[in-house]
Design a protein around this ligand. Structure first.
Ligand code: SF4
Ligand code: MSK
Length: 641
């Protein structure tokens, strides 16, 4: 097998991996090889450097030291490390949410005049959750109150995060009983750091319970605030067509890749890329126009609302630059490889950082300011136009692969699609599950990781699920992986879905795999699941649902936090690679088994996507049985690929 096809199943990516090898440009896969063998202590989670009596590491074979200098045992060390991962993931998502809330506040005060409130209906709905009266108020006044209320959720010291009360009543009661109802988003994150300081929390169960609480503060707090407030600003997504893969870069256009997570600046970049003055400049530079495309979750954000093309997912960020056709890669925060600077230096590509939180040494920084958002976006696009002249034609090599997709499935839109615009309801979905036409629902999300063949696990898992009549909801880089393979085309139902799911896809006109957005939009999955419970007939708690989650190629700490809030919300969730906890039998048993008795959800670690699907399907079938539902109507079809 050729080296490039061992690394990715995606043809466009293979072409660029091959080009990089020929040009001796190192990619993440090469750097992983250089790094091997990687540290086994780190993989097992059994090293600690939380104080200078250490670093300490526990001997995994039981022959060497079993107690650290301070006396910490392996359970304490592994649990503390996991809690720190959860804190970082929650911090990343929640800081994103805070930035959106802050921008909403500025906009409501007339200080961020480039932004307008597009979804007043949603603004009123969210005001309702914060118990803010809406009558007779101007949208700016209401937006200010909503922004202030959501910002208060970050710093809240006592009480409960408001959105956590959107979960089914039984779930909320359980969280209260276990003492894991999140109080304030920041408070829980800070407490993670306090508890893991040398000599504080030594009880692995107690540490893990706080991990669940912190993750809930992300899923039902920071991430949900990010999603809801972005919808208020930029409109709640509706089905929209788009294109995906490196083929969306064009030889005759000025190519700008926006990469990262927060749509606050990229929304303005979308607008600025259509500015007549810049288009004119682009023509004068010899280009036919300006082509703005996305990468990773920023891509998902602007795809969902504008149909902006997606160049690729996490492991394609370096490959986009390898095309030699990217004038500017504009980045904000999260999942941006430091390696971009080195790869860009081999081409004419300019990397431009925009967040004061994420700078690169020696890389151009144009700081984003909400107060002059359009001006900043325009100046960056102008730099791209100017840079077009420096492109070396002989080094341009753009893969031809690009795939059609339909995205834009917010929880609200699923409501409308299923029930019609005037009678929005999840009833048809519930009925389909109850009757056995649909086996259940799965959320498949998360990153790429060079430890796993790029996109392979996502695709194999999702294909297996849909052929077994499981409707798949997706976000993040997983969604991009499946979109590239054509699973998000409406006609994908005919080719890949089981008979029951196929009937639903045909009747409602949806693909068998629904794109719900970026990583923070995993909160949409929580809301959709809650709506299904509210609709009735499938139990009274999220843990009753014939549903499961998976992150088949995860790498980021945010993925751990997402997994934790899925599990804390009652959802069985499969991860690959395993979380770095296998060094402690007690912590692993808790995470992969005993959590079930506490919160209904728990984890499994499985690297084979077919087995992963089996675990999820078995869980879904078990839940169907517990609900006394009819047997599933159809046997899984054999799919011809
Ligand atoms: Fe070692 Fe304990 Fe210090 Fe960690 S906190 S480095 S286990 S002495
Ligand atoms: S971007 S967190 S690699 S999904 Fe959200 Fe993709 Fe994972 Fe980053």
């Amino acid at each position: 097998m050729k080296e490039e096809s061992k690394r990715s199943i995606d043809k466009a990516s293979q072409q660029m991996i091959d080009k990089a090898a020929k040009e001796k440009v190192k990619l993440s896969w090469d750097r992983l090889e250089d790094m091997e063998p990687q540290c086994g202590f780190g993989q097992l989670g059994i090293c600690c450097r939380n104080c200078t009596m250490g670093p300490c590491r526990i001997d995994p074979f039981g022959e060497g030291p079993q107690k650290a200098v301070c006396g910490a045992d392996v359970d304490t060390i592994v649990a503390r490390n996991l809690l720190r991962h959860i804190a970082v993931g929650a911090a990343a998502h929640s800081d994103h949410g805070r930035d959106v809330a802050h921008t909403l506040l500025l906009a409501s005060e007339g200080k961020a005049h480039d932004y307008e409130i597009k979804d007043v209906e949603k603004l009123k709905k969210i005001a309702g959750y914060y118990e803010i009266k809406t009558d007779g108020k101007k949208k700016e006044e209401l937006a200010r109150e909503v922004a202030e209320a959501s910002l208060a959720d970050f710093g809240r010291q006592e009480g409960e995060i408001k959105f956590a009360n959107r979960a089914p009543a039984k779930r909320v009661e359980l969280w209260r009983k276990l003492g894991i109802m999140p109080r304030g988003i920041d408070r829980e994150i800070v407490e993670c750091l306090h508890r893991t300081h040398m000599g504080v929390d030594n009880d692995y169960k107690n540490i893990l319970l706080h991990g669940l609480r912190t993750s809930l503060g992300d899923g039902w707090g920071g991430s949900m605030i990010a999603t809801e407030l972005q919808d208020i600003f930029f409109a709640t997504p509706e089905p929209i067509r788009g294109k995906v893969n490196l083929g969306v870069l064009k030889e005759d256009l000025v190519n700008i890749v926006v990469h990262g997570h927060e749509p606050i600046l990229s929304e303005m970049a979308v607008k600025a890329s259509q500015d007549p003055e810049l288009l004119e400049m682009a023509k004068k530079s010899g280009a036919k126009g300006i082509n703005l495309v996305g990468m990773c979750c920023t891509a998902n954000e602007i795809l969902m609302r504008h149909g902006v093309p997606v160049a690729g997912n996490f492991l394609q960020q370096e490959l986009a630059i390898m095309t030699g056709a990217v004038e500017v890669m504009m980045v904000d925060v999260q999942c941006i490889m430091p390696a971009l600077k080195d790869i860009a230096s081999c081409f004419h590509t300019q990397i431009i950082t925009t967040s004061p939180k994420a700078k690169f040494p020696g890389v151009t920084h144009i700081e984003f300011k909400e107060e002059k958002a359009y001006e900043v976006a325009k100046s960056i696009i102008k730099m791209a136009v100017d840079n077009f002249k420096k492109r070396k034609k002989e080094r341009v090599d753009i893969p031809k692969e690009e795939m059609d997709l339909v995205a834009g499935f917010s929880a609200e839109v699923i409501h409308h699609i299923l029930g019609g615009r005037f009678r929005a309801t999840y009833r048809p979905l519930n009925d389909a599950i109850i009757s056995g036409r649909l086996r259940g629902v799965a959320g498949v999300v998360g990153c790429n990781n060079p430890h796993v063949k790029h996109d392979w696990a996502h695709l194999e898992l999702v294909k297996e699920l849909i052929r077994s009549d499981v409707l798949v909801l997706q976000t993040g880089c997983s969604a991009i992986a499946c979109a590239k393979a054509g699973l998000m085309k409406p006609e994908a139902g005919f080719k890949y879905a089981g008979y029951g799911l196929r009937e639903i896809c045909e009747a409602v006109g949806i693909p068998p795999v629904l794109h719900l957005g970026s990583c923070v939009d995993n909160s949409r999955i929580l809301i959709a699941a809650t709506e299904i419970i509210k609709e009735g007939g499938l139990g009274d708690d999220l843990s009753c649902l014939p549903a499961a989650g998976a992150a088949p190629e995860w790498m980021s700490e945010k993925a751990i936090t997402i997994g934790m809030y899925f599990v804390a919300s009652g959802v069985f969730t499969v991860f690959n690679p395993p979380q770095p906890i296998l060094g402690s039998k007690n912590v692993s048993d808790l995470v992969c088994s005993k959590l079930k008795d506490l919160v209904g959800g728990y984890f499994a670690f499985e690297s084979n996507p077919k087995k992963m699907a089996k675990l999820m399907i078995n869980h879904i079938d078990k839940k169907r049985k517990e609900l006394n539902l009819k047997p599933v109507m159809y046997k899984p079809i054999i799919v011809k690929t």
